[in-house]
Each structure stands twice: as structure tokens, then as C-alpha cells.
Design a binder for this molecule. Structure first.
Ligand code: FMN
Length: 190
């Protein structure tokens, strides 16, 4: 299996990075092929909203890293997307990237309805936030970030089969073993 991992967090030693690298290690040990993208390390322009990708099937902006990731998405068998919760949502860099990837993820009917391009593929989503449990759920911090990822991946045809939620990260030095164990279990999804 060819798995694409998208790390929204700009913190390379942060919680999301730790969880995603743990999943990556387990997938590599299983024999899967893994592409790990730190979204904060790639260079791409934000979407300009021209909508040309809807008719052309690809983004018309000058070639940049978003075009390469669009190819990775087309060719992957599954995705793991990780994001810290920023303002009760996914973080900006990851959202900006997904805005550039629309044409590689969904088509559009004549009426403007989404046509998923990745039916049959699976996805795992991982979030992290300072708000402690159960307030991350009651105050819809984790859940709104998950909803945003579901909006993007779901309309693209990916089935979200696992969610990993790390809450209460303020002052947390290490990611708890229970969460790392869940990250390792991603191998069972793909
Ligand atoms: C700009 C910004 C906005 C944030 N907004 C929220 C928020 O709305 N809710 C929350 O619980 N935590 C929020 N946080 C805290 C992060 O979600 C938290 O520190 C997270 O564990 C970081 O994950 P990382 O170590 O993988 O980057 C925010 C952090 C930043 C930098």
C-alpha cells in the first residue's frame, strides 16, 4: 500500500509530528510505502479562487509543491492527515494546501455537486489541542477540526476509519503511550 501522511503542524517535534512519525514507522515496518509531507516545509501559493481547476482538472497556478502533492494524492492508496486545533479548526497551512488540491480530490457535476475521486480509499485523522477532555468535545474543539477534515476527505471519497484525538496538551511533555499505541494501530486500517 502507498500511504500519504500530511503533517499540518509546523512543530516538527510537536505532538502531531510524534504521532504521525509513530504511524509512519509502523507502516514502514509492515512493508507499506510511505510519503511523509511536513506542510510547513513545502512551498506553495494559496488558492486564488479562479475555479479553472474545476474545468481543467488541475491547478493553473505556476508549478509548485502543491502540484507534486496533488500527484501523490492521485497515486496514494490511503491518507493519514494530522492537524493541531487552531481556533477550533484545522491549522491554516493544512487548509491552504487542501484548497490547492481540490482538482486532485474531487470532480464537479454540471450542477456543481462534488464527484469523489477516491472512493474505496481509507483515511485516518489525528488532532491535538490544549483544551482538556471532555471540554475538547463539549466546546467542539477537536470535533470541529475533525469535521473540517471530514468535509475535505469525505467529499473526496475517502472513508475515515480511525480518529486519534490528543487533548489537554498544555504542559504535556510526552505523548502518552495510549495515544502512540493508537497511532501504531494505523497499520490495521490500510
Ligand atoms: C494559533 C494557535 C491557535 C490555537 N487554537 C487552539 C484552539 O482553538 N483550541 C485548543 O484547544 N488549542 C488551540 N491551540 C493549541 C494547539 O492546538 C496545541 O498546542 C496542540 O497540541 C499543538 O499540537 P502540535 O504540538 O502538534 O503542534 C492553538 C495553538 C495555536 C498556535
Amino acid at each position: 500500500m502507498k500511504i500519504l501522511i500530511l503533517n499540518g503542524s509546523p512543530r516538527k517535534n510537536g505532538k502531531i509530528s510524534r504521532l504521525l512519525h509513530t504511524a509512519e514507522k509502523a507502516l514502514l515496518e509492515k512493508g507499506d510505502s510511505v510519503t511523509f509531507i511536513d506542510v510547513s516545509s513545502i512551498i506553495f501559493k494559496p488558492c486564488v479562487g479562479c475555479m479553472a481547476c474545476r474545468s481543467k482538472g488541475s491547478c493553473i497556478l505556476p508549478q509548485d509543491d502543491a502540484h507534486s502533492i496533488a500527484e501523490e494524492i492521485k497515486n496514494c492508496d490511503g491518507i493519514i492527515a494530522g492537524s493541531p486545533v487552531y481556533w477550533g479548526n484545522i491549522n491554516g497551512q493544512l487548509k491552504c494546501l487542501f484548497d490547492r488540491l481540490v482538482a486532485s480530490m474531487m470532480g464537479e457535476s454540471k450542477l456543481g455537486l462534488p464527484l469523489p475521486l477516491h472512493k474505496g480509499k481509507k483515511a485516518v485523522i489525528i488532532t491535538s489541542c490544549t483544551t482538556p477532555f471532555p471540554f475538547n468535545i463539549l466546546a467542539a474543539q477537536t470535533t470541529k477540526a475533525e469535521k473540517a477534515l471530514k468535509e475535505i476527505l469525505g467529499y473526496s471519497g475517502f472513508k475515515i476509519t480511525r480518529k486519534i484525538r490528543l487533548a489537554g496538551t498544555k504542559g504535556m511533555k510526552e505523548v502518552p503511550e495510549s495515544a502512540l499505541k493508537k497511532a501504531r494501530k494505523c497499520v490495521k486500517v490500510f
